[in-house]
Design a protein around this ligand. Structure first.
Ligand code: 3PG
Length: 307
C-alpha cells in the first residue's frame, strides 16, 4: 500500500486534513501525518518510507530527498516552490508539483486587510485614509495579483498591473490597467503589492531604484517572499522617505532595525499566514491529494514544476 506523508510544520486546518484523508484512503493509500515538527531531521526520517509527500513551506532539501528512497512525487500545497530542491528531486526522478491558485484568495484578502490596517493607522484611533480613489499597482498579475485586483476594484481603487507573462486583454477584462514597465507601475501607484515568486531572477529585485519612484505616502505590501526585497535598499528608503511604509506577511531579516528606527511605519505578521484559512487549506490540501492519486493512477503530470 502506498504511503502518503503530509508533512507540515504549520499544520492544515482539521477540515482540510479530513478531506485529504478521504481522498487518500478512498484511493486505497495510507496517510501518514507529521505536524508541528521542530527539527528537520524529523522530516527526513518521516520521508524515508513515503511514496509521496504533501508539504507547505517545509524545506525539502537534498538531505530529505536523499533519505527518501521510495519517494516518487512531492506536491507543494500552495504556489511557491522555492522551498524544494528541484535539482535534487529531478536527479532522483522525483516529480515536484504545486497547486496554483488554490490559496490565492486567502493571500489576496490578507494583502487588502493589511492595506486597510495601515491606511487606518494600525487602528490606533487617529484619522487615517481610505483606499477608495487611491492607485494600486499589482507587481505581477497571476492568481494572487488578480484576486487583489478584483477586491481593490470593489473598494473603488484604480488598479494598475505589470506582468509581461499575461496578455493585456485578459487583464482588461478584470479592470486592471496595464502599464508598459515596472518603473511606470511604481511611479504612479501609492500602494504596490508584490505578487512575484522568489527565484534567481527576482531575488533582491525590489530595490531603491524602484521604491524611490513611488508617489507620496507610499505603502509597499509584500505577501510574496522576504527574499525578493533588497533589505539594504529597504532600510535606505525608510531612512530617506518618512512617508514610506512597509507591510509584509513575515518579517524581513532587518525587522529589528526597522522596529528600532522607524516605529509606526511597518507591520509584519508573526508567522507567514497569507494562506492560513480553512478554505485555502482545504482547497490546496485536497488538490494536492488528488494530484498525487492522479499521478499514480493515470500518470497525470499537470502542475509539474521540475523537469
Ligand atoms: C504559497 O506559496 O502558497 C504561500 O506562501 C503559502 O505558504 P504556506 O502554505 O506555508 O502558508
Amino acid at each position: 500500500m502506498k504511503k502518503i506523508l503530509i508533512a507540515t510544520e504549520k499544520p492544515f486546518a482539521r477540515a482540510a486534513i479530513e478531506g485529504i484523508a478521504h481522498v487518500i484512503n478512498s484511493s486505497g493509500y495510507e496517510m501518514k501525518l507529521l505536524e508541528k515538527y521542530k527539527d528537520p531531521r524529523e522530516l527526513r526520517d518521516a520521508a524515508a518510507d513515503a511514496d509521496a509527500m504533501i508539504i507547505r513551506s517545509d524545506l525539502v532539501t537534498k538531505e530529505v530527498i536523499d533519505a527518501a528512497d521510495k519517494l516518487k512525487i512531492v506536491v507543494r500545497a500552495g504556489a511557491g516552490f522555492d522551498n524544494v530542491d528541484l535539482t535534487a528531486a529531478s536527479e532522483k526522478g522525483i516529480v515536484v508539483m504545486n497547486t496554483p491558485g488554490q490559496n490565492a484568495n486567502a493571500v489576496a484578502e490578507l494583502a487588502v486587510g493589511m492595506m486597510i490596517y495601515v491606511a487606518r493607522n494600525f487602528f490606533n484611533g487617529t484619522p487615517g485614509t481610505e483606499l477608495q480613489g487611491k492607485r494600486l499597482g499589482l507587481h505581477a498579475c497571476g492568481n494572487v495579483g488578480r484576486h487583489i485586483g478584483r477586491i481593490a476594484v470593489g473598494f473603488g481603487m484604480e488598479v494598475y498591473g505589470f506582468d509581461p507573462f499575461i496578455k493585456r486583454s485578459d487583464l482588461d477584462i478584470e479592470k486592471i490597467k496595464c502599464v508598459d514597465s515596472i518603473e511606470e507601475l511604481y511611479s504612479i501607484c501609492q500602494y504596490v503589492t508584490l505578487n512575484i515568486p522568489a527565484n534567481k531572477d527576482t531575488l533582491k529585485s525590489i530595490n531603491y531604484r524602484l521604491l524611490e519612484k513611488m508617489p507620496q505616502d507610499a505603502t509597499l505590501v509584500n505577501t510574496a517572499r522576504k527574499e525578493i526585497i533588497d533589505e539594504n535598499d529597504l532600510l535606505r528608503i525608510f531612512g530617506d522617505r518618512p512617508d514610506f511604509k512597509y507591510i509584509a506577511d513575515i518579517a524581513p531579516d532587518c525587522s529589528g532595525e526597522i522596529a528600532e528606527n522607524f516605529p509606526g511605519r511597518y507591520f509584519f505578521t508573526p508567522k507567514k499566514m497569507g494562506a492560513q484559512t480553512a478554505e485555502a487549506n482545504i482547497n490546496a490540501g485536497i488538490a494536492a491529494a488528488r494530484q498525487i492519486v492522479d499521478f499514480f493512477e493515470k500518470d497525470v503530470r499537470t502542475f509539474q514544476v521540475n523537469v
